[in-house]
Ligand binder design. Structure first.
Ligand SMILES: Cc1cc2nc3c(=O)[nH]c(=O)nc-3n(C[C@H](O)[C@H](O)[C@H](O)COP(=O)(O)O)c2cc1C
Length: 387
């Protein structure tokens, strides 16, 4: 077995192992993929300040996210169809997160259902909510997450309609995959994936099938989304959802200081500065580029998390040093899951943890709580001059 030393190694194995349609689904951004690319390349513009002759013993990456203890401030982001990347993928990822001591977030568009993940893990996880036109269904989702003792509700605000990813349309993305000559030819080269998938608890959308009145065919994600997601979601509705949940709330998909202020005014527990991993508004700024402005606007009022583009512990450190209290990783854990199942997610977390810890030490810090702007060299025009 190859020696895995970084997230890119996991990605290479993942690409070999998983059917093309699901690899492309994860490894794409919308339209030209400019925002998808810049999410990562903008991290590279920030450099680190090396410090020496500092006692590096007794380091700690432990922290808190929305009041919960975490081994490091890195949560697994909600990722739809995780159970198509690897059989029972949501359960495996949740178990790996539990063992590592970081939060797992279950997507509304998961394969394993809320109940299946709760039963298999026995530990509270976060639930990510997409709001649907069918308000009874949305309410039932919230009740189900409550019954499963989810410890936070992550309300995603940047996907009332779906951004277009060319490859998903060309591949005819569906769960389970539709058998066309092209998919059959590809699946024949992915036999290990297929054998495991035959034994999976589930191969369709566990939170939807059997729970949505009048929707029988959820195989086509694009069509179902266009038909069911609520395009009328506004701040008033967000406030009502928060009331209904009556627990910890994280508002995800904030990329603008004005929206961040609204989220803080509503009394959310945290926001996730995110552009959905470059999958929604192509041409939007990267998350890391807008973080300083959002910290200036609301840093003292609300806990700020960041995702989109994180591929290393160094990226995590840069986000923390710019003021984020926590981060989320999407693709980085999906690569691990697709490559090696639960052990691969653990591997991804270990890689990121080690990179974060060593980088922190070489920057002369012993605790993530002490990271700050003083650890970074940020280009003067990093925020950009936009009129
Ligand atoms: C394959 C895939 C599916 C996703 N599905 C969801 C989802 O169902 N709900 C959601 O809020 N965000 C979803 N996201 C966005 C992630 O939660 C997260 O914002 C993004 O992956 C962060 O960027 P990164 O992948 O560069 O880490 C998805 C992202 C990917 C890559």
């Amino acid at each position: 077995m190859a020696v895995i030393t970084n997230i890119e190694d996991l990605k290479r194995i993942y690409e070999r192992r998983v059917p093309r349609m699901f690899y492309d689904y994860a490894e794409s951004g919308s339209w030209t993929e400019q925002t998808f690319r810049e999410n990562s390349s903008d991290f590279d513009l920030i450099r680190l300040r090396q410090r020496v002759a500092v006692d590096m013993s007794g380091r700690s990456t432990a922290s808190q996210m929305v009041g919960q203890d975490v081994a490091m401030p890195v949560a697994l982001a909600p990722v739809g169809l995780t159970g198509m990347q690897n059989a029972d993928g949501e359960i495996k990822a949740a178990r790996a997160a539990n063992e590592f001591g970081v939060p797992f977030t279950l997507s509304t568009m998961s394969i394993n259902s809320i109940e299946e993940v709760a039963e298999a893990t026995g530990r509270p996880f976060w639930f990510q909510l997409y709001t649907m036109r069918d308000t009874d269904y949305t309410s039932r989702l919230i009740q189900r997450a409550k019954a499963a003792k989810c410890s936070a509700l992550v309300i995603t605000l940047d996907l009332q309609i779906l951004g277009q990813r060319h490859k998903d349309l060309k591949n005819g993305l569906s769960a389970p995959p539709k058998l066309t000559p092209k998919t059959i030819a590809n699946l024949m080269t992915k036999w290990a994936w297929g054998i495991e998938m035959l034994g999976a608890k589930r191969r369709n959308f566990g939170n939807i099938v059997g729970h949505v009145h009048g929707v029988s065919d959820t195989a086509n994600l694009g069509a179902w989304t266009a038909e069911q997601f609520d395009p009328t979601l506004d701040w008033g509705k967000v406030a009502k959802l928060m009331e209904q949940w009556n627990g910890k709330v994280i508002l995800k998909g904030i990329l603008d200081a004005e929206d961040a202020k609204m989220a803080a005014k509503l009394g959310a527990d945290a926001i996730v500065v995110s552009n959905h991993g470059g999958r929604q508004l192509d041409g939007a700024l990267s998350s890391i580029r807008v973080l300083p402005e959002i910290m200036d606007a609301v840093g003292g009022d609300i806990e700020v998390h960041l995702d989109s583009g994180i591929r290393s512990g160094q990226d995590v450190l840069k986000a923390l040093a710019l003021g984020a209290k926590g981060t989320m990783i999407g693709r980085a854990f999906v690569y691990g899951l697709g490559a090696m199942g639960q052990a691969g997610v653990t591997k991804a977390l270990e890689v990121i943890h080690r990179e974060l810890d060593v980088t922190m030490a070489l920057c002369g810090e012993k605790n993530v709580a002490n990271l700050g702007r003083h650890n970074l060299l940020v280009p003067e025009d990093f925020g950009g001059r936009w009129a």
